[in-house]
Design a protein around this ligand. Structure first.
Ligand code: FES
Ligand SMILES: [Fe+2]
Length: 377
């Protein structure tokens, strides 16, 4: 989309804190879309599990005896107790045992035991398996879908997945994971991610290595649109000589990942964005992923992973802090302004914001949301 030519309204401020609006968005977006809840390497063995919440829906992903990931609602078929209490763990002996009356399920979800009770004559175990949810993987991320008729994962990933197709994402491993709770609505975080208008003031360190961001622009297409200069696009290769990756000094001492081509390496960064639960920031030497989950009308949880080819972290332990530093700083800087944004949206006078030309990504996001909610786009 081109730069916005007219002053454009943002969303109504109440949408960022009203519980009823939050509930509408859970139904229309989060309970219908594919949502990444784990990395495949989080489940190295049969019976390992990761429990997660999407909105107020608790579920867990485990690995069955065939090695397949399986996702289930975290609810017992007897009287509905929670099954997994920990966020990560291992089902001993490959059995999922309810902590209440000990109904026992196989890793495929079948009910295999109902201890200490004579069963009614008409009771059929096979009618009471765990509630399963589809799980699919892409790039090493395990996505689940709580919808009734989920579209293929590929539809959700769309063209964005192609941006990073040269990176061997599925074979990379997370060498560091950090989680952050932020006191902001999920849309506040996604809007902030969708523009670089804030970059000059909020991210001085990133702007040192990404000159385009000093202009408050997110893409070279935006600069071309603002300068009317067709040649501007070519400047990308000469913008920041010597900058090879996103670290505080723009330098890397890690081996290049096999796959990215010369163009990818020249850019130093490639994004793939999956509204609004995941973005992947791919560099020539490492990849950073950020997963977003709503935790209430005014709360989100971020999960940031730093991904490297297997073995690299062991060979270059002294380089890892350098690799984490920029991503950590960005999350802290963005987290601060997102929380400030959230607080200010509570003003009784502030009914609605306005979008500036370089915030066209927000308008796209708002149109997307409105159409998901069944409103005019
Ligand atoms: S609620 Fe799970 S066994 Fe009773
Ligand atoms: Fe930012």
């Amino acid at each position: 989309m081109a730069l916005l030519e007219r002053t454009t309204d943002s969303l109504p401020s109440t949408w960022y804190y009203d519980p009823a609006q939050y509930a509408r968005e859970l139904e229309a977006v989060w309970y219908r879309d594919w949502v990444p809840v784990a990395r495949s390497e989080d489940l190295p063995k049969v019976g390992d599990f990761v429990a997660e919440k999407i909105g107020d829906q608790s579920l867990f992903v485990t690995r069955d005896r065939d090695g397949r990931p399986r996702a289930f609602h975290n609810t017992c078929r007897h009287r509905g107790s929670t099954l997994c209490i920990e966020r990560r763990g291992h089902f001993a002996s490959g059995r999922i045992v309810c902590p209440y009356h000990a109904w026992t399920y196989a890793l495929t979800g079948e009910l295999v035991a109902t201890p200490r009770m004579e069963l009614p004559a008409d009771f059929r175990r096979e009618y009471h398996p765990l509630y399963e949810a589809p799980v699919e993987s892409w790039g090493g991320f395990l996505f689940v879908n709580l919808g009734e008729r989920p579209p293929p994962l590929a539809d959700f990933l769309g063209e964005e997945a192609k941006n990073v197709e040269r990176w061997p994402l599925a074979s990379l491993v997370s060498v560091r994971r950090e989680t952050n709770l932020l006191a902001c609505n999920w849309k506040v975080f996604w809007e902030n991610y969708s523009e670089c208008y804030h970059c000059p003031g909020v991210h001085p360190e990133l702007c040192r290595i990404m000159p385009l961001y000093r202009e408050g622009l997110l893409s070279y297409g935006d600069r071309r649109a603002s300068s009317q200069d067709e040649a501007a696009d070519d400047s990308r290769l000469h913008d920041a000589p010597g900058v090879v990756t996103w670290t505080l000094d723009g330098q890397s001492h890690l081996p290049a990942i096999e796959g990215p081509d010369a163009g990818d390496r020249a850019l130093g960064v490639v994004f793939a964005s999956f509204t609004a639960s995941l973005f992947v920031v791919a560099h020539p030497d490492y990849v950073r992923s950020v997963r977003i989950l709503p935790r209430g009308p005014e709360a989100i949880e971020l999960t940031v992973d730093w991904l490297l080819p297997p073995g690299v972290a062991d060979r270059y332990p002294e380089e890892l802090e350098n690799m984490y530093s920029m991503g950590r700083l960005l999350i802290a800087q963005d987290g601060r302004v997102c929380e400030l944004n959230q607080q200010g949206l509570r003003s009784r006078r502030h009914r609605q914001g306005v979008l500036m030309p370089q915030e066209h990504g927000l308008l796209e996001f708002h149109d997307w949301l409105r159409s998901r909610l069944g409103e005019r786009a």
